[in-house]
Design a protein around this ligand. Structure first.
Ligand code: C2O
Ligand code: CU
Length: 535
């Protein structure tokens, strides 16, 4: 597809059609229409890494909710936070200690809450044994604070090799590039000129994002704004972020990970795991198969798939009478124009779905499991909501309005450029974009700030494709309508085998070097990333 042209498929997609997709009432039946059954079973990414300890019974521990971080300082325009990254012994499985890499001593890390329009500055201090990089996923962030994968924060202790991980398969003889190296600490500045949304922050070190996140480097970052505050949605203790992440445990209680080189001089996982690492324990907010004691009222659940490679298809069991258990109100980039009803939710790595569940539809005392239809055995269970046995639920004046947000649909017909990015496995080993293994400084696209572009992603395998800097709108899948989970603004799109997904975005505000990559973290570490430069 030539640069400068407008693809026929994009031209056919009108504004009306985009909005239509976002407001459709979609049940399980509609899924066949997008070709999903082909992909059940084979084609699902990843390989199971068994734990070396007995797994606990599900539904024995309460759901933790990560604490909200207090700012160290605030003034008229900004809030400053401080996070020390350090190892901590966590109690995740009964009777075992898990030595984790943490943001401030917990997994997930503390939740940062920002107000749209107020600058947020987060100073990270690295007391871990290895370099780190922090990325605010979904942030509209200037390049210097975006967590470019070689802009390392070296350990305070002075350990770790800044050039480790540069030896990707097929990269022999290529020039090594070091980034902007900070020693011990770095401040990341987020203007937060963006709408309310569920963002998250996580490690992004070149070659080692998979092990970094697996060991615990992930947390929520929520943005609020006036538009969202004005809606009668569930709030306070009825607005709960849920970080779903699978993990495996080694005999000593630590997180088990199949790194080729546990000392972290070389990046990558052992051969069986190059499609992605799957754990056999499902953690929600860091606890295995937890339970929330819930009232029979509406709850807002902000679901994040923080797994390295695992996909979920979530359902409530039992389903509420009449189905449509989940009313989706938002996605990666905040509120949808109108709510979308679902019987099931599909979530690939890094995606978020913001849903309201009305537990008053169940009888008092019902135990409602959140299950995963893409899992098997222990990974088919996620968490449970134990509803209060009392016949009279507390007051609930929340509801989900039919109109949630003014959502301007971008017009793909106005795109200045259409670019195609092919996500493929390399014969040399590793994962490529347009035939290239990632190399810092090699630019695959130069979008002009202030212009709209259509990006077309094509693939051989399942890849959750993530764009930094901007959210986008999905315009088509295989030249047909977007899928049931594509509504609204997104920053990560689930690209399935042999699919072509077109997205439209507008590049704004910040010139510099940003990332496009697969968010299957083993694919990302094995070089399925690209730079693009806005100018
Ligand atoms: Cu969530 Cu570039 O990553
Ligand atoms: Cu991938």
């Amino acid at each position: 597809m030539s640069a400068g042209g407008t693809p026929a498929a994009a031209r056919r997609l009108t504004r009306r059609r985009f909005i239509g997709a976002g407001s459709a009432v979609v049940g399980v039946g509609a899924i066949a229409a997008v070709g999903w059954p082909l992909l059940q079973g084979q084609g699902r990414p990843g390989h199971l890494l068994p734990s070396q300890v007995p797994l606990p019974r599900p539904y024995q521990v309460p759901l933790p909710v990560p604490p909200v971080l207090e700012p160290a300082r605030s003034d008229g325009t900004s809030d400053s936070y401080e996070i020390t990254q350090h190892q901590a012994d966590l109690h995740i499985l009964p009777g075992l200690r898990t030595r984790a890499w943490t943001y401030g001593g917990s997994f997930p890390g503390p939740t940062i809450v920002s107000r749209s329009g107020r600058r947020t500055v987060v100073r990270h201090r690295n007391e871990l044994p290895q370099p780190v990089v922090v990325h605010l996923h979904g942030g509209h962030t200037p390049a210097a604070s975006d967590g470019y994968p070689v802009d390392l924060v070296m350990p305070v202790s002075g350990g770790g090799d800044p050039m480790a991980g540069m030896d990707m398969p097929g990269m022999d003889g290529m020039p090594r590039m070091s980034g902007d190296i900070a020693h011990g600490e770095r401040s990341y500045t987020y203007p937060v000129n963006q709408r309310a949304a569920t963002l998250w922050y996580h490690d992004h070190r070149m070659g080692f994002t998979g092990p970094g996140v697996w060991k615990g480097l992930a947390g929520f970052h929520l943005v609020h704004d006036d538009e969202e505050d004005a809606l009668p949605l569930p709030r306070g203790e009825r607005d709960i972020p849920l970080m779903i992440a699978d993990r495996s445990f080694a005999a000593d209680g630590s997180f088990r990970y199949p790194a080729i080189d546990p000392a972290m001089h070389r990046a990558g996982v052992t051969d069986a795991y190059t499609n992605g690492v799957l754990g056999d324990v499902v953690l929600v907010n860091g606890a295995p198969w937890p339970v929330l004691q819930a009232d029979r009222v509406r709850y807002r659940l902000r679901l994040l798939n923080a797994s390295n490679a695992r996909d979920y298809r979530l359902e409530l069991s039992p389903q509420p009478p009449g189905g449509a258990a989940f009313v989706q109100i938002g996605g990666d980039g905040g509120l949808l124009a109108r709510p979308v009803r679902h019987d099931a939710l599909e979530l690939s790595p890094a995606e978020r779905l913001d849903v309201v569940v009305d537990f008053s539809r169940y009888r008092p005392g019902t135990k409602v499991r959140l299950i995963n239809r893409f899992g098997s055995g222990p990974t088919s269970e996620v968490m449970r909501f134990d509803l209060s046995p009392s016949g009279r639920p507390p007051a609930d004046d929340s509801h989900v309005p039919d109109q949630l947000s003014e959502l301007a649909a971008l017009d793909p017909g106005k795109a200045a450029v259409t670019r195609t990015f092919a996500f493929q496995q390399s014969e040399k080993g590793g994962w490529t974009i347009n035939g290239e293994l990632y190399q810092p400084g090699r630019t695959l696209a130069r979008p002009k700030l202030g212009t709209t572009e259509v990006w077309r992603f094509v693939s051989d395998f399942h890849h959750p494709v993530h764009l930094h800097l901007e959210h986008f709108q999905v315009v088509s899948r295989n030249d047909a309508d977007p899928g049931p989970y594509d509504a609204g603004w997104k920053d990560t799109v689930s690209l399935r085998p042999s699919e072509a997904v077109e997205v439209v975005t507008r590049f704004t505000d910040y010139p510099g070097k940003f990332m496009l990559h697969c968010h299957n973290l083993e694919h990302e570490d094995m070089a399925m990333m690209a730079d693009f430069v806005t100018e």
